[in-house]
Design a protein around this ligand. Structure first.
Ligand code: EPU
Length: 345
């Protein structure tokens, strides 16, 4: 049996490592910054038959309970240009780079495309998992490839954008390949030519000009986000707690008869996307809580945990909200962050 690597710590508090500030412990915790160290830790973890939780920035995570196994964070923070191809710039960023820092860095270097994704919490390595998106841009439109390590073998591989099977807040890493890979780096196809994406009304309306500079887009996205979304450092949260539900157009038509102002957006044929925030708001949950946790008063889709409640208390509120929305609108809400631990992990 391999000796426990020195970077593996025993009995680590996970509360500072998840933005919902859920109180939980990990039996073992390791932070590594290169593939060699990663392989050593993975070998030990397999030999010790420990269940593995990969942690990025901890901004999309609900810990149901303690993690009886190893929590692993991969922290490569290198950023480099790997290729230039006309206006296109291929930028490779290590999984440990803070997402917002990458947005600022790339835009400042004149590598454009990420501006609408400013201030999304979390790390670069976690971004493809849920195909982060905001203000009319989804990560998938910018991904060239991902560098991954297969957890069962320690082998490095590269996945193309197609192989990642991106969807709305979804990817192969949440479905067929869940638990199969660790993402070590993301290569993005950015452009030295700035072409702003202004199709999201809340962003367009807030911009100072119809032809904004990259910095104006970043500043406006930051201001809009800050006006609605609480800063996890001040009020613990995990961003949107539910996905926007995709439902049949027939149901949307029925609901519009009763709620003519209900927001609805085009989706696949015969389907439409609803605003979970609006449904939760109309069900009476904006600014309301259950026990120590509450739905945010400025954005009903954000569940906040001001006093470090545990995962069961967080999920009790989420269940109650989902039940009320189902009873009132006949719409099932799906939790957006990854729920792990507590014997179900
Ligand atoms: N609304 C309400 N009540 C509220 C908040 C919003 O009725 O308390 C209504 C708004 O008036 C609007 C609609 O709901 O008509 C949608 O709201 P908003 O434009 O704020 O966006 P969202 O659908 O709630 C999504 C993403 C966010 C992303 C924003 C901006 C999801 C689950 N959420 O929110 O992503 O930042 O659009 O693009 O897709 C995240 O994933 O963690 C996240 C924050």
């Amino acid at each position: 049996m391999a000796k426990r690597p020195t970077c593996v710590k025993v009995g680590v508090d996970l509360q500072p490592l998840n933005t919902l500030a859920i109180a939980a412990q990990a039996d073992y915790f390791a932070r590594v910054s290169n593939v060699e160290d990663l392989r050593e830790v993975l070998l030990w973890q397999r030999e010790a038959s420990l269940s593995l939780l990969l942690l990025g920035g901890g901004s999309n995570l609900v810990l149901r309970g303690d993690w009886h196994g190893l929590v692993l964070q991969f922290r490569d923070t290198a950023v480099s240009v790997v290729e230039r191809d006309g206006d296109d710039v291929l930028v490779r960023a290590g999984a440990g780079v803070v997402w917002h820092d990458l947005v600022l860095h790339c835009s400042a270097q004149g590598w454009h495309g990420l501006e609408n994704l400013a201030l999304i919490p979390g790390s670069v390595g976690a971004a493809p998992m849920q195909n982060i998106g905001a203000y009319g841009v989804e990560l998938e439109s910018l991904v060239e490839s991902l560098d991954v390590v297969e957890l069962s073998s320690g082998k490095a591989a590269q996945l193309s954008r197609e192989q990642c099977q991106f969807g709305y807040r979804d990817s192969i890493f949440k479905t067929q390949a869940a638990g199969k890979y660790l993402i070590t780096a993301v290569t993005l196809r950015l452009s030295s030519y700035f072409c702003p994406v202004l199709n999201y009304p809340a962003l367009r309306d807030a911009l100072p000009s119809e032809n904004p500079s990259p910095q104006q887009v970043i500043d406006t996205v930051v201001a809009v986000r800050q006006s609605k979304l609480p800063d996890p450092a001040e009020l613990p949260n995990a961003g949107s707690f539910f996905k926007n539900p995709v439902v049949s157009s027939a149901l949307v038509d029925r609901l519009l008869e009763q709620y003519p102002d209900m927001p609805h957006y085009p989706a696949a044929a015969g389907q439409q996307k609803l605003a979970a925030a609006w449904l939760i708001d109309r069900a009476g949950w904006r600014g309301k809580g259950l026990g120590p946790v509450a739905m945010h008063d400025k954005q009903a889709l954000v569940l906040t945990n001001p006093s470090g409640a545990n995962g069961a208390q967080v999920l009790a509120l989420a269940d109650k909200v989902a039940q009320d929305v189902a009873a009132r609108f006949g719409v099932a809400l799906e939790i957006e962050p990854q729920c792990v631990g507590g014997g179900h992990g």
